[in-house]
Structure formats: structure tokens, C-alpha cells
Design a protein around this ligand. Structure first.
Ligand SMILES: [Fe+2]
Ligand SMILES: [Fe+2]
Length: 284
């Protein structure tokens, strides 16, 4: 079974390059589960309900977010409109939607994840459990790191608690974190317990994709799907000005040299163990 994970979509250039490539990649590799990080999809900052719908229409099954999840206020209403657990799927694993039926599905807001270790009471969910078109149960979890980031709950113990309630064998974790050490640590911590631990947030793809000893696919950062003639997605002059003057300024999404960065994970759907991970970077 092949799983496609697309790294942080950044702005309109990112959406365009993902739209250009996601379909043929899914088709060529018979991808059964498609996960897309969309935290920067709306002009680099957050996600709007309309853009979420657009990305689902491109073939995504689950969207993950990150520290930018609250940048667009209207997303909170979207997340709060999620169907009740009993309908949309939950820890009970009752969701039955798949790629082909998602377009007609009402449970899309439930498929947009914010980090699971955000404080209790935060809108939205950090885990989604569903079933693929061919009947494979899966779970997607998003966690956020704490090193060089806003202090939140422990992502490691949050993972333990979530995994205790998940029956699916195929489990993909998006670990949204800044520090490579924390991301590598999470990989080893969850090795053998999940199918893949894939890093997001830094917008720079790392060349360390591998299968860990107990069958978990790992990559420190999948990389941004966005404009690479930029400083992690933002127009370079604006970021340079800030570094050179230490003055605040408005950041705008760059457009040049867009690439789609993704990881393709192959796993055994009966055990959830990964056998291969491939780094993907596709441009114009
Ligand atoms: Fe990001
Ligand atoms: Fe981020």
C-alpha cells in the first residue's frame, strides 16, 4: 500500500504546483492514502475553508496544519462544523469515507487536523481515523514540537495516549517541529508503533529518509511545496530586510521556482510496517 504525504503547501504558487503534480503521482504509484500539510496554503499564513475544499478536490484524504492553524479566523468555524464523532469517524474507527467519496462527503472539516498536543479545549482534532477505498483502516496524527516553539503539551506522551486508543495498523504521524533533534527523537520513540513519522514546518526537505529498525518510515522534514526562490516561502527581500534591520515588516508569499515536495511511503497494510520511503521533489 502506498501513502503520499505532501509537505507544507505555501501560497498560490504552492497550490498550483501541487495541483499540477498530485494527480499523476497518485495515479503512477497507486496511492491509497493522501495526506497534505496545508498550514501555509492561504498566502503563506493558515488555511481558508475554500482552499481546504480545493485541496480535498485535488485528491487529499486528510489535511494537517501546525503552528499557523489559527492564522485565518474563518478556519475555526470550519473546524467547529465537523460532523459528530459517530458520523465522521473517531477513535472508534467508524469513518468509511475514501478518496473517491470524499468529494461528496460532509466530513471534510473533521479531516483537517491541528496538532493533537494543543491545550485541551482547542477547536478541532489532532487525529483522524478512516478507511481507504480498498478497506484498509488508517489513522493520521499530527503532533507539534516544543523546542524553539510555543510551549504546549508533551508530544511524546500525547502520542502514547492516542496510540493506546487506535486500532488501525496503518498510522501516519506528521511531526510539526523546528529542531531536527526533537524530530529524530520522535522517529525512534515511535519506531515499530506507527507506519511513518514525517516532519513538517521547516520548509526544507532533508535527505535522511529511511526505514527505522522496527519498520517505521522516517524523514526529518518532507520540505515545502511552494516557491523555492524565496526564504522558506516568503519573498526574499522582505525577510532580508528584517534580518538586516531587525525592523518588523509585512511578509508576502513568493512565487518563483515552485516545487512540490512529498514523501511516498510503501507499507504492508496488514501490519502497518513500512518497507520503503521515497523523497519526491517536482518542479515546473
Ligand atoms: Fe509550514
Ligand atoms: Fe509550521
Amino acid at each position: 500500500m502506498n501513502i503520499l504525504f505532501v509537505g507544507d503547501i505555501f501560497g498560490s504558487a504552492g497550490r498550483r504546483i501541487v495541483r499540477e503534480h498530485i494527480g499523476h503521482v497518485r495515479e503512477a504509484h497507486h496511492v491509497e492514502l493522501t495526506i497534505v500539510n496545508a498550514e501555509n496554503a492561504a498566502g503563506g499564513f493558515g488555511l481558508t475553508p475554500q482552499i481546504a475544499e480545493d485541496i480535498f478536490d485535488m485528491g487529499a484524504d486528510v489535511l494537517t496544519m501546525g503552528n499557523h492553524v489559527w492564522d485565518k479566523k474563518e478556519l475555526i468555524d470550519y473546524l467547529n462544523s465537523a460532523a459528530p464523532e459517530s458520523v465522521a469517524g473517531s477513535h472508534a474507527g467508524s469513518a468509511t469515507a475514501n478518496s473517491s467519496s470524499v468529494s461528496a462527503s460532509v466530513d471534510r472539516p473533521r479531516r483537517v487536523l491541528r496538532p493533537a498536543n494543543f491545550p485541551p479545549g482547542t477547536p478541532g482534532y489532532g487525529v483522524f481515523e478512516g478507511t481507504t477505498a480498498s478497506g484498509v483502516d488508517y489513522a493520521v496524527i499530527q503532533l507539534q514540537g516544543r523546542v524553539f516553539m510555543t510551549p504546549i503539551d508533551d508530544p511524546f506522551r500525547t502520542a502514547d495516549a492516542l496510540l493506546a486508543g487506535i486500532k488501525a495498523k496503518v498510522i501516519v504521524v506528521d511531526f510539526h517541529a523546528e529542531a531536527t533533534s526533537e524530530k529524530v527523537a520522535m522517529g525512534w520513540y515511535l519506531d515499530g508503533r506507527v507506519t511513518a513519522v514525517l516532519g513538517t514546518h521547516t520548509h526544507i526537505p532533508t535527505a535522511d529518509e529511511r526505514i527505522l529498525h522496527n519498520g517505521t518510515a522516517f524523514q526529518t522534514d518532507v520540505g515545502m511545496s511552494g516557491p523555492y526562490d524565496s526564504i522558506i516561502g516568503v519573498e526574499k527581500e522582505l525577510v532580508l530586510h528584517k534580518f538586516l534591520t531587525a525592523m518588523p515588516g509585512k511578509f508576502e508569499a513568493a512565487k518563483g521556482n515552485p516545487k512540490m515536495c512529498a514523501a511516498l511511503v510503501t507499507c504492508d497494510p496488514t501490519t502497518g510496517r513500512a518497507s520503503a520511503i521515497q523523497r519526491i521533489m517536482l518542479g515546473e
